[in-house]
Design a protein around this ligand. Structure first.
Ligand SMILES: Nc1ncnc2c1ncn2[C@@H]1O[C@H](COP(=O)(O)OP(=O)(O)OP(=O)(O)O)[C@@H](O)[C@H]1O
Ligand SMILES: [Mg+2]
Length: 322
């Protein structure tokens, strides 16, 4: 197996609220390997975005990383001072967010912003930077790249803005791209184009951490998957193994909820809800929703452990299900 580009170790992210401390991420560990696309999946509110934001110290205050390490190229990013982090952000690690408007400045032309993102990080003339930006916009499937470059973000559609942002994240050739629901604002065709591009990046020595709700995209694009539930990783496996034989009943529920993967006419959905991060239940956090739960599940929290080569799961029944 190749070496890790990024290792997250025992990460915890908390938000103080009026009702107490909210544990959005609660002891998460996983690695992204060189040249792989790792999918991070799980229902809404499980802590996927909070995990992603903590990597580059972008958790919005008063939220904070209360525990853990984020090792990238030999250094703990959480221990780095802001100027060093800024050097890494955008050049070595890029982030693609859901909402493009938060990432683009309304005051500068698209071309100026794209070119700056290149000239800031490498020795390249303004003219070459603009040419490269135009090339990347074309790769993103934006026709009229010239007009887009000389315009301002507000003159673009949401989907165009999103593609500008994705181009900016990819064109510096980062070692790691963190993409959090990157194509939610885009229609299916453009979305497919962008996923194809992301998967090509892998061959250009870029690793991708892809957060998505869409297990179809995971199947198409990812090498491995980490499944998150209630602030924890509950399963980790190569994509084909996970789809073939999910070890955690939560993963199985997620897979059954994908329309194309099930023969049932009625769409399945996991009963019940993700527990509140203010008040996780004792034992396994999935036990009240789990069709296989037995006494031990409410009493003892299963640790995430290795079940087979490359496969981890946090379920008391995982060995039997293997
Ligand atoms: N700024 C914040 N202040 C307070 N609580 C927050 C904040 N951001 C996130 N949370 C809480 O932390 C938990 C994890 O949120 P997070 O955004 O990481 O979920 P997610 O898995 O990305 O969900 P989604 O799939 O909906 O994007 C949720 O309970 C959420 O309400
Ligand atoms: Mg999110």
């Amino acid at each position: 197996m190749s070496e890790p580009v990024l290792s997250i170790e025992n990460l915890a992210v908390t938000f103080p609220t009026e009702e107490g401390e909210l544990a959005a991420v609660d002891g998460v560990s996983f690695s992204v390997m060189r040249n792989e696309v790792l999918g991070l999946v799980g229902e809404s509110g499980c802590g996927k975005s909070a995990t992603a934001l903590s990597i580059l110290s972008l958790v919005p205050k008063p939220g904070r990383v209360s525990q853990g390490r984020v090792i990238f190229e030999g250094a703990d990013l959480l221990a780095l001072a802001e100027p060093r982090l800024r050097e890494i952000r955008g050049r070595r690690i890029s982030m693609i967010f859901q909402d493009p408007m938060t990432a683009l400045s309304p005051l500068l032309s698209v071309g100026a912003q794209m070119a700056e993102c290149l000239t800031l990080h490498e020795k390249i003339s303004q003219k070459d930077a603009l040419a490269k930006s135009r090339e990347w916009l074309a790769r993103m499937g934006i026709p009229e790249a010239g007009r887009v470059l000389s315009g301002f973000p507000f003159e673009l559609s949401g989907g165009q803005q999103q593609r500008v942002m994705i181009a900016m994240a990819l064109m510096t050739g980062p070692s790691l791209v963190i993409a959090d629901e990157p194509t939610t604002a885009l229609d299916a065709t453009v979305s497919a184009q962008i996923f194809e591009l992301l998967s090509k990046m892998r061959g250009e020595s870029t690793s991708v951490l892809l957060i998505t709700h869409d297990l179809g995209v995971v199947w198409e694009l990812c090498d491995r998957v980490a499944v998150m539930y209630a602030g924890k990783i509950v399963e980790e496996a190569p994509v084909s193994a996970l789809f073939e034989r999910p070890l955690h009943p939560y993963t199985e529920g997620l897979l059954k909820s994908v329309p194309v993967l099930t023969e049932e006419r009625e769409l399945y959905s996991i009963e019940g809800q993700v527990p509140s991060p203010l008040d996780y239940p004792p034992g396994c956090r999935f036990n009240d929703r789990c069709p296989l739960a037995f006494d031990r599940c409410a009493a003892e929290e299963p640790a995430l452990r290795q079940i087979a080569d490359g496969r981890k799961a946090a379920c008391h029944l995982a060995d039997k299900r293997m």
